[in-house]
Design a protein around this ligand. Structure first.
Ligand code: SF4
Length: 178
């Protein structure tokens, strides 16, 4: 985001305080845009011909420095990126880091399927929140395309989590999942 204050954002809004966005003033809406609690589309006048140019410019200026990407589909999909900073200590991240556990294509099928089931169903209650894993990383260790494709198919049959496919070197430090 290239705008640092609600006032800077406000300058691109219609300024009519029409309340169509559900806020009493354009400045209140600007504050919520800054905190990403409202979306630009919630200001309909901004898409009318009179303000369209400003709306386009504002969309560019509000876009995060790191693009947001959604991985997976449905209930287990998660968003990554979408940040304006590189380091957590500068500001709170909007999207938490996605965590993946790995499997590899030289595993025996039953062992593979069991591990995928554990990854999919793993949950830990921590500080009032139920933590779950976000993805399964499938590693090619065999170097054989057909073996890897078969492994990916088996994994996809066992989980609704997004899959991260790794065809190259991959250093794993994950402990055994319990
Ligand atoms: S809908 Fe747009 S123009 Fe109307 S008050 Fe909200 S921000 Fe201002």
């Amino acid at each position: 985001m290239k705008l640092s204050s609600p006032m800077e954002i406000w300058e691109y809004l219609p300024g009519t305080n029409c309340e169509e966005c559900g806020e009493k003033t354009c400045l209140a809406f600007a504050s919520l845009l800054k905190e990403r609690k409202k979306k630009l589309e919630q200001c309909p006048p901004l898409f009318e011909p009179e303000y369209a140019e400003k709306g386009k410019k504002l969309a560019e200026l509000l876009a995060p420095e790191v693009s947001e990407v959604e991985i997976g589909v449905g209930a287990r999909a998660s968003k990554i990126g979408g940040e304006d900073i590189m380091h957590r200590h500068e500001l709170t991240f909007f999207n938490r880091t996605a965590l993946a556990y790995d499997v590899w294509d030289t595993m025996e099928e039953e062992e593979l399927r069991e591990r995928v089931r554990k990854i999919t169903n793993w949950s830990k209650f921590y500080v009032g929140e139920s933590l779950r894993l976000d993805a399964v990383a499938v590693r090619s260790v065999s170097g054989d395309a057909k073996t890897f494709a078969g492994c990916v198919k088996d994994v996809a049959e066992e989980t609704d989590l997004p899959l991260v496919l790794s065809g190259g070197q991959f250093f794993s430090i994950q402990p055994e999942i319990r």
